[in-house]
Design a binder for this molecule. Structure first.
Ligand code: TEU
Ligand code: CA
Length: 555
């Protein structure tokens, strides 16, 4: 395997709106990010992915871009961005932008022009189709609910939007549009960004017949996902994208790909794949409901373990996955993947360890390093997220009471991860001096960066040790290139595996169970303890005892 510059790096996702506000408007900003670079460096971060900071009407929190060449004023200016790049570079850190090119905002000038004349030049940047007998061209349901076709007022034209109606899909069959996108991407790479996280990219290939499919819900619609699933040919678009942009700059790309087709793994992230890496969502997909959040299921430990073991084994001969516990679309991992008795600092350390020492590129999400948790909301009006409001309605339509529907949102909402970063115990968790744009989690007085920096047993101090171990001169190669070998696969409490490289082995042992557990291992009593989440470790003669929620790494 050819070594690449990003193989041994650790990444961190910033959700800029909720990271750190320096001018008191309640919205995080670029100056805020710059002021926290040392914090991230100290944590052990190399690569920073910024959720979208482009100009946007924020219908979907910046994933609706109205100008790809501008920084939204709520975040600062292009000068601030250049300063961020320069300051990151000084610290040997890399910046990734979020590349949202399946769709843009309905306020983008392309779309504004297109609306004036759907049959004109800009009309062909999007998918405009005529409806039949006053009905949309097909029965697709958008990811955010209701028809994926929106009628253009006063005409019989509709345009396709797989997400919100304010996010019209871009026509990837149009070479002119592609040229505009390539030029824009190269412009950012020339500027010095190290690469991109690539949004919703699997959706770019459409079945141009746009034929209706069998409905999958009482609304008579079918998830637009079915159309994506049935169409071939995304690979050609992705390869052209890479050749015209990323490849020339050795850019690092991490793709957001859900439900890839089985045989696409090599094509996507193999040695010459379309992307450097892509997120492993196998554990996240476990809780997805068939019809929405209201029929989502809690994740069972054995399923969680099986899913991760499977993707580790499937990918290790092929390429690198990007391992995550949470992101801005998901509830907090501590609440989602840990059993009730482990939803505490001990559990957070355990979950962090098993994830970060897997083979692949670790991606932390802001607040994960202090064990941030889901945020309780008292009313649906406290939620900002467009998807949460849609899922709430879907739950009501399915017959849930208002209280039940709210509960469903509390468990699943994307806003769980979007509440402001908890910096200290002062008002608004030190995130802003004024009113934050989204509620701060009330647990911030006990759970914040400042308190954890001062406590050597905190989740944060533990994460620092964990990342330092992964990047230590002695173990860096092993954690980067070493084979993943599962251990105790059938044990209902243990999450355990080895990483091995050239005769060297590291063993990761975590006890997710409620009670202590003694196990017999091939390691002798001479094994060094490289990391231990609790004060004591009990190893003799190949026997090791783990308390509930304890994780030990030996080497
Ligand atoms: O997410 C794509 C995507 O498939 C999500 O809709 C996901 O299924 C959902 O968030 C689960 O609740 C990306 C971005 O990460 C997301 O924030 C955007 O809303 C979306 O694309 C549209 O750009
Ligand atoms: Ca601000």
């Amino acid at each position: 395997m050819n070594k690449k510059w990003w193989h041994d790096k650790t990444a961190y996702q910033i959700y800029p709106k909720s990271f750190y506000d320096t001018n008191g408007d309640g919205i995080g900003d670029l100056k805020g990010i710059i002021s926290k670079l040392d914090y991230l460096k100290d944590l052990g971060i190399d690569i920073i992915w910024l959720s979208p900071i482009y100009q946007s009407p924020f219908v979907d929190q910046g994933y609706d871009i109205s100008d790809y060449y501008k920084i939204d004023e709520s975040f600062g200016t292009m000068e601030d961005f250049d300063t961020l790049l320069a300051e990151a570079k000084k610290r040997n850190m890399y910046i990734l932008m979020d590349l949202v090119i399946n769709h843009c905002s309905d306020k983008h000038k392309w779309f504004q022009e297109a609306l004036k004349n759907p049959e004109g030049e800009y009309g062909d940047y999007f998918y405009f189709r005529k409806g039949t007998n006053g009905n949309p061209p097909s029965n697709y349901r958008s990811y955010f609910g209701k028809s994926a076709w929106q009628q253009v007022e006063g005409t019989d034209y509709y345009y396709l939007h797989m997400f919100a109606k304010e996010q019209p899909d871009l026509n990837w069959e149009n070479p002119k549009l592609l040229n505009e996108l390539y030029t824009m991407i190269n412009w950012w790479l020339e500027k010095g960004v190290a690469g991109f996280r690539i949004d919703a990219i699997i959706n770019i290939k459409k079945d141009l017949t746009f034929q209706s499919l069998e409905p999958d819900g009482p609304d008579g619609l079918v998830s637009v996902w079915r159309m994506v699933e049935n169409v071939d040919g995304v690979g050609k678009l992705l390869e052209d994208l890479k050749k015209n942009t990323f490849e020339k700059y050795q850019a690092f790309t991490v793709a957001e790909v859900f439900n890839m087709k089985k045989d696409e793994l090599v094509e996507f992230i193999g040695e010459n794949g379309h992307f450097s890496t892509m997120f492993d969502f196998s554990a996240h997909s476990l809780s997805m409901g068939e019809h929405g959040w209201y029929d989502s299921k809690p994740v069972q430990f054995m399923d969680f373990k099986k899913a991760l073991f499977h993707s580790q084994q499937e990918c290790q001969e092929v390429g690198f996955l990007a391992n995550i516990i949470e992101n801005h679309d998901e509830p907090r991992g501590v609440n989602r993947f840990l059993p009730d008795h482990a939803q505490n600092p001990a559990g957070a350390k355990m979950l962090g360890t098993i994830s970060i020492l897997l083979r692949g590129i670790p991606f932390l999400y802001q607040g994960q390093e202090i064990g941030m948790q889901n945020c309780p909301m008292d009313s649906i009006d406290d939620y900002d997220d467009i998807s949460t409001h849609n899922e709430y309605l879907t739950a009501l339509e399915a017959g849930l009471s208002k209280d039940e529907a709210l509960k469903v949102c509390c468990l699943n909402s994307r806003d769980n991860a979007r509440t402001p970063m908890q910096w200290d115990a002062s008002a608004n968790a030190g995130f802003t001096s004024q009113t934050p744009w989204l509620k701060v989690n009330p647990n911030y007085k006990d759970l914040n960066v400042k308190a954890q920096l001062a406590d050597e047993n905190s989740v944060l101090c533990y994460y620092k040790k964990l990342l330092a171990l992964r990047k230590s001169p002695e173990y860096r190669e092993l954690f980067t290139y070493g084979k993943f070998v599962p251990l105790f696969e059938d044990d209902p409490d243990l999450f355990a595996y080895e990483r091995t490289l050239e005769g060297k082995t590291v063993t990761v042992l975590a006890n997710f169970g409620r009670t202590a557990k003694t196990l017999t291992l091939a390691i002798g009593s001479e094994a060094d303890i490289l990391l231990n989440s609790q004060p004591q470790a009990d190893i003799h003669n190949g026997q090791i005892s783990l308390n509930s929620c304890q994780v030990i790494v030996t080497g």
